[in-house]
Design a protein around this ligand. Structure first.
Ligand SMILES: Nc1nc2c(ncn2[C@@H]2O[C@H](COP(=O)(O)OP(=O)(O)OP(=O)(O)O)[C@@H](O)[C@H]2O)c(=O)[nH]1
Ligand SMILES: [Zn+2]
Length: 314
């Protein structure tokens, strides 16, 4: 048993730099500082904490079920930990980026986090082009839900409730896909809560720089067979969509993490086929038969080069 096992557990609902906002099981929120590098925490972490002087100190982070990383130009940071589900929002206007989608799916697959795709703005004529772009993803088994958050709030709520019930969902969407509209629909008090957390973390500045945890009341999973104890539903919003960091993945792992590629991995002549230029490649053959979309092949090749270059840099 860890030497911190006697300490109380709290949930990290906001984190930024050397600060965290933690929530006790009774629902009390406190500012806390991690004791050291080892106790640095991210939203979704369960932590052991204690009072030291007049502040709360995070003494240890409980083992994580998973951790999603994001990447900006310079470095890799964490999005959130202990996720059950990822909801990736897309739209036809502005048209979503298939490269961002593919990266997110690879990261989620690697972390074994199931993903649902949400096509918003289904009311616009441009939704057809988005549906077409999503076809390969549907074909590889992903669920694609459709909403018109602006036109039909009640319909969206009814559709999303079972998808969010009883689990912790990280919601991702590039600017303009309708993420704020969705969060405000599901969490009416969201903007007030974000204000409180970001004020605590940024000492007064009212900008959101951190992922934020929201409880979704009324959506406990007590009716779902996987969760007979009725775990509370929660949403994590992560503002300022960044690319997923994939630097922890090797190019050789990529095909295993792409279900449309994975389906053909047994069909290559060489056991160490990279599916780029080898003769007798089953993946290429599948692409030629139209079973893997040309855009996915291009994305795979680009990622391969990027990850290989990253490996060389060490
Ligand atoms: N036609 C249509 N417009 C929508 C729909 N949902 C959201 N919008 C509009 O799309 C725009 C972007 O929505 P937001 O919710 O602000 O998008 P966001 O993804 O949070 O974008 P950022 O605030 O830039 O991060 C707004 O003008 C919304 O009113 C929809 O279902 N249909
Ligand atoms: Zn091959």
């Amino acid at each position: 048993m860890s030497k911190h096992a006697h300490l109380q557990v709290a949930l990290v609902v906001g984190a930024h730099g050397r600060h965290a906002v933690i929530e006790t099981p009774e629902g009390q929120r406190l500012m806390a500082h991690p004791r050291g590098k080892k106790s640095a925490c991210v939203v979704g972490d369960r932590v052991r904490w204690a009072v030291a002087g007049d502040e709360a100190v995070v003494e240890a982070v409980e083992p994580r079920r998973n951790l999603l990383m994001r990447q900006d130009e310079w470095r890799t940071k964490s999005f959130a930990a202990n996720l059950d589900h990822l909801l990736f929002m897309v739209a036809g206007e502005p048209m979503f980026s298939e490269a961002q989608l593919t990266r997110a799916l690879i990261a989620a697959e690697d972390a074994r986090i199931p993903t649902t795709l949400l096509l918003n703005k289904a009311d616009l004529p441009t939704a057809d082009a988005a549906r077409e772009r999503l076809a390969p993803y549907k074909a590889m088994g992903l669920t694609v839900l459709e909403t018109s958050l602006k036109r039909d709030l009640d319909g969206a709520r009814a559709l999303l409730a079972p998808c969010l019930a009883g689990r912790t969902t990280l919601i991702l969407g590039a600017s303009g896909m309708g993420k704020s509209t969705l969060i405000n629909l599901m969490v009416p008090a969201a903007s007030a809560q974000v204000g409180e957390i970001s004020q605590a973390l940024n000492s007064g500045k009212h900008t959101t720089t951190t992922s934020t945890w929201f409880w979704l009341d009324g959506l406990s999973g007590s009716d779902t067979p996987q969760d007979p104890h009725g775990q509370r539903a929660a949403l994590i919003d992560s503002p300022g969509f960044q690319e997923f960091g994939l630097m922890h993945i090797t190019p050789q792992q990529l095909p295993e993490l792409m279900p449309d590629f994975r389906a053909h991995l047994g069909d290559c002549r060489f056991y160490n086929c990279t599916h780029r230029h080898e003769p007798g490649c089953g993946v290429r053959a599948a692409a030629q038969r139209g079973e893997i979309s040309p855009s996915r092949v291009r994305l795979y090749e680009g990622l391969w080069e990027e990850l290989e270059a990253g490996q060389r840099k060490g």
